[in-house]
Unconditional design. Structure first.
Length: 169
């Protein structure tokens, strides 16, 4: 199943659970996610992971395809993504380490990039690659793909804008 992006935030299909990397010990709710940490993203409704492989190509752009994979949140190493924080990620003074932040007052500080661990490609979505009338169920959705680049443009940035956030007290 391909992955697309839409402006609609009211769909459970747009909710993802951030989990430990494939084969790693379980992470617990509320644990901070370090910049550079490898994670899996499991779609809440489908219980499949955000996955990519160099073997498959996206329909519109021809870039590396991104799709849902696995069963009940279990897949393989192709589900692993590295969290790349932007330059203004906050520093935790206790450990002097950078963490993926959630800051409602400054959403621009929340921007991250996701780099596919196996292929070193960045997750991307751009209005340049939008599904049209020939695909009515997903017309107007953006194609999600992965691309090997050092470009740090906004089509490679993602913001957590909604969800349930847990933190340790």
């Amino acid at each position: 199943m391909i992955v697309t992006m839409s402006d609609k935030r009211d769909s459970s299909l747009s909710l993802w659970i951030v989990r430990e990397a494939h084969g790693r010990p379980q992470c617990f709710p509320g644990e901070a996610i370090s910049c550079g940490e490898t994670v899996r993203l499991t779609n809440l409704e489908k219980q499949k992971n955000l996955h990519s492989s160099e073997k498959f190509f996206a329909a519109i752009s021809g870039r590396q395809e991104v799709f849902l994979f696995g069963e009940n949140g279990e897949g393989n190493e192709g589900d692993d993504w590295i969290v790349v924080c932007n330059s203004v990620a906050s520093t935790d003074e206790r450990t002097n380490s950078n963490y993926w932040q959630r800051n409602e007052e400054a959403l621009h500080n929340n921007r991250i990039r996701l780099r596919h661990k196996n292929t070193n490609s960045l997750l991307t979505a751009s209005r340049e690659f939008m599904y049209g009338r020939s695909t009515p169920r997903i017309e107007g959705h953006l194609e999600v793909s992965a691309f090997q680049t050092n470009d740090l443009g906004s089509s490679y940035e993602f913001i957590v804008a909604a969800g349930i956030y847990l933190s340790k007290v």
